[in-house]
Design a protein around this ligand. Structure first.
Ligand code: 13P
Length: 331
């Protein structure tokens, strides 16, 4: 099964009323965490790579090739998407590297400019059979390498016209989520009325939520108990994101919760085993924590778990035996 087209997976999500989770990967551990979570949850997933991950990992084309090679080892379906490309050039590079879908982020541009540049990306990408996600409206917080202070919510009429004029295949909308959280006493409210208005404009169209990790205070507590000093920023709750999926959102991007648990696992290992210096010993629990968080999102937020019931269970021990991180001894 492994690799499917974005069109096929979105159709499956629409027919079965769930959201596709899109998770950014940046290393062997994170690629495997997402794929193992998907396999265990019998859920599809979108394997993402961002500009930041591209810089971090280097060898971009080889990185994308590795995603495909590894994905072929699993029975659940995936597709590979490049997250937030700020320019046509970045999209072109992503397409050349073999991504099946690209996100062109013109959300910080004036509307007409966003239409024009998105249209240009769509024309180029469609010729190569590549799916294009665009964005209208602005989320507060860091979006990969770009910071935005204010939220600009998406206007439903403009969104419908934007889709018609650009031909984009999916559209990320701003309805209350934020990238990486903001300072607030409580979870941020998601504007469900606005979301319903947007979805009503084009029922079954692939609308997307970015910035949909929830930063539950308990995850920050766990990290800070291990010596972290992570600020208690807030985002929309998992219940809100699950409701947005029930209202018709088809793709949900969430990363920071996964990053947080990954770091907590490493901190905990360093605190409990200060004498150990084999990196595999702490990257393994970090990878497991990332995997469990992704699995949790598939089960509790996306409603995507169990959508591929024919997928066979794999025992964790069998998986671990194959794992490159589980080696005993130092070499
Ligand atoms: P969060 O990590 O804030 O959920 O955002 C993920 C995202 O939208 C990536 O494009």
């Amino acid at each position: 099964m492994a690799i499917k087209s974005p069109k096929e997976l979105y159709r499956h999500a629409t027919e079965n009323h769930y959201g596709l989770g899109a998770f950014n990967t940046f290393s062997w551990e994170t690629m495997m965490a997402v794929m193992e979570a998907a396999q265990a949850a019998k859920s599809p997933a979108i394997l993402q790579v961002s500009m930041g991950a591209r810089k971090y990992a280097g060898h971009f084309k080889e990185y994308v090739d590795t995603l495909y090679t590894l994905a072929e080892q699993y029975e659940v379906p995936f597709f590979v998407q490049h997250d937030h490309c700020g320019t046509f050039e970045a999209c072109r590079e992503a397409i050349e590297a073999g991504c099946q879908a690209v996100m062109f982020d013109g959300s910080h541009l004036p509307y007409e400019q966003n239409v024009k540049e998105t249209r240009q990306v769509v024309e180029y990408a469609h010729e190569k059979g590549v799916w294009v996600e665009a964005e209208l409206g602005c989320l507060p917080g860091f979006e990969d390498l770009v910071f935005s202070e204010k939220a600009v919510y998406t206007d439903p009429d403009l969104a419908a016209r934007f889709i018609d004029r650009t031909g984009c295949d999916a559209l990320a909308v701003a309805v209350g989520t934020s990238h990486g959280g903001v300072r607030s006493e409580d979870y941020l409210p998601l504007d469900f009325e606005l979301l319903e208005e947007i979805v009503k404009q084009k029922p079954d169209y692939p609308f997307v939520l970015h910035g949909a990790a929830s930063l539950p205070p308990k995850l920050i507590d766990a990290c800070n108990r291990q010596g972290g000093q992570v600020e208690y920023l807030r985002n929309c709750s998992e219940e809100s994101i699950a409701r947005a999926v029930a209202l018709g959102v088809k793709k949900v991007n969430m990363d920071v919760d996964n990053f947080l648990v990954f770091t907590t696992a490493i901190r905990e290992f360093f605190n409990t085993s200060p004498d150990v210096y084999d990196p595999r010993k702490y990257l393994k629990p970090a990878r497991d924590a990332f995997r469990m968080e992704v699995e949790h999102k598939m089960k509790e937020v996306l409603n995507s778990a169990g959508r591929y019931p024919e997928v066979k269970e794999r025992s964790r021990e069998a998986q671990d035996k194959k794992s490159p991180c589980a080696g005993e001894g130092i070499l």
